[in-house]
Design a binder for this molecule. Structure first.
Ligand code: NAD
Length: 256
């Protein structure tokens, strides 16, 4: 029996990368999964990967920066699967790399709208649903950039520190109502996002691996599956006494 057997899980940004790996892991561990993203093709592929493996999943397109999309996503999840036990607020963007003085207002607004306000709106809707059922568990995608600064990434760093703030507050406010809220803080993970950051900082001269491997004490970047394993475990009853924590999954990066 899987560690989230019989539960209903929602993953945003699940068309690719960490979100897709998390949706697949939820299904392998016995959950029925609502896969959501703005990328319909990738999202439906994630559903096909789950069903081909004997799991149960559905896709709904939702932009986490739009409150109507987010409330529709939660009501559709409940309409389709009857409840919401686990939620992973993963959708996010890296934005553009620039020194602070050259950061544009547009990049700041967009990064905050998706990474921070999107997480806020998802939390609000998920918590409202979980309160009606007497509990649930939520994991937000922060980053090591939610724990320390990264030159050139002011908007992203601010958004991820904000995600950790929302995580603490939601955890405190609902601890007595059976809702646990935690965040994971990945280091460099082998996805499109890391490739984009490497392209932006080296003008395409270095791959994300060449740029990032040596910065991690383990000498390598991580895989989406290594993050997914932690997320699904945090959402499971095995993590029943954890709430309000920000767990690095970073090959030792923030220990330096
Ligand atoms: P990714 O770009 O591969 O996947 C992100 C997914 O989010 C995409 O499928 C994209 O379509 C979706 N998305 C973007 N904007 C959206 C929106 N407004 N509404 C709904 N979906 C949206 O990136 P990833 O590396 O898998 O990142 C997933 C999460 O992990 C992000 O929150 C990211 O900040 C965080 N993270 C990634 C790394 C890393 O090194 N890759 C490190 C730390 C944290």
């Amino acid at each position: 029996m899987g560690i989230v057997s019989g539960k209903v899980a929602l993953v945003t940004g699940a068309a690719a990368g960490i979100g897709r790996a998390t949706a697949l892991k939820f299904a392998v561990e016995g959950a029925r999964v609502m896969v959501s993203d703005i990328d319909e093709t990738g999202g439906k592929e994630t559903v096909s990967l789950i069903t081909a493996n004997g799991g149960e999943a559905a896709f709904m397109r939702a932009d986490v920066a739009r409150s109507a999309d987010v409330s529709g996503l939660i009501s559709q999840t409940v309409a389709k699967f009857g409840r919401l036990d686990c939620a992973c607020n993963n959708a996010g963007i890296e934005g553009t790399i620039a020194p602070f003085a050259d950061q544009t207002e547009d990049n700041f607004d967009r990064t905050i709208a998706i990474n921070l306000k999107g997480t806020f709106m998802c939390l609000k809707a998920e918590i409202s649903q979980m309160l009606t059922q007497g509990g649930g568990s939520i994991v937000n995608l922060a980053s090591i950039a939610g724990l320390i600064g990264f030159p050139g990434l002011a908007a992203y760093v601010a958004s991820k520190h904000g995600v950790n703030g929302l995580t603490k507050n939601a955890a405190l406010e609902y601890a007595k109502q059976g809702i646990r809220v935690n965040s994971v803080c990945p280091g460099g993970i082998d996805t499109r996002m890391l490739d984009s950051l490497a392209d932006q900082s080296t003008g395409g001269k270095m791959t994300s691996r060449e740029m990032m491997d040596g910065l991690h004490p383990m000498g390598r970047i991580g895989t989406p599956e290594e993050v997914a394993n932690l997320i699904v475990w945090l959402c499971s009853d095995q993590a029943s006494f954890l709430t309000g924590v920000h767990v690095p999954v970073d090959g030792g990066y923030v220990a330096q």
